[in-house]
Design a protein around this ligand. Structure first.
Ligand SMILES: [Zn+2]
Length: 177
């Protein structure tokens, strides 16, 4: 397994609409394992293929991982979703403070559907469904957005978005000093 390079805002690959996955082979399965490893290494709850430079409909998530009292990371429930599609969204919404590996060191409250149902294929191409609510639903919506070139900052007001992007610029300028 190997770590994949992260693509950060404003890389154009993050804005492309991704292609459906058709071929389920060892190459795909290795790539998904690498995505999971990269997600854990960067302390993410989820990762979408465009964030590692591949414009295809694939995401990996783990909404149950945690750090124990000694700071050791424990895997929770890693899930690879290929060609995910939201087939149900609740009217009820929730706000959750989100961050994104492609927009490092920023966070903001985003409104999401409280409950969703997602149809997807696993790494072998088998069709599955997952029902999710609260945090798991938030993570899934955030990652599936990536497959349509949407970032969480797009859900914010223009004012809030500009404030965050200014902060990102400032952080990057300070890192260069
Ligand atoms: Zn993200």
């Amino acid at each position: 397994m190997s770590l994949l390079p992260l693509y950060e805002y404003p890389d154009p690959i993050l804005r492309q609409k991704t292609e459906k996955v058709i071929k389920f082979d060892d190459e795909l399965r290795t790539f998904l394992d690498d995505m999971l490893e990269t997600m854990y290494a960067d302390h993410g709850a989820g990762l979408a293929a465009p964030q590692v430079g591949v414009s295809k409909r694939m995401i990996v998530i783990d909404a149950e991982q945690e750090d124990d009292e000694n700071g050791n990371h424990k895997k929770g429930n890693p899930i690879c979703l290929v060609n995910p599609e939201i087939v149900y969204k609740s009217q009820e919404t929730i706000f959750f403070c989100e961050g994104c590996l492609s927009l490092p060191n920023l966070r903001a409250d985003v409104e999401r559907h409280q409950k969703i149902k997602v149809r997807y294929q696993d790494k072998n191409g088998v069709e599955k469904e997952i029902e999710a609510e609260d945090y798991l639903a938030v993570v899934l919506q955030h990652e599936i957005d990536h497959l349509d070139g949407i970032l969480y900052i797009d859900h914010l007001s223009r004012l809030k978005r500009n404030m965050l992007l200014k902060k990102l610029e400032k952080n990057r300028a300070e890192q260069k000093e």
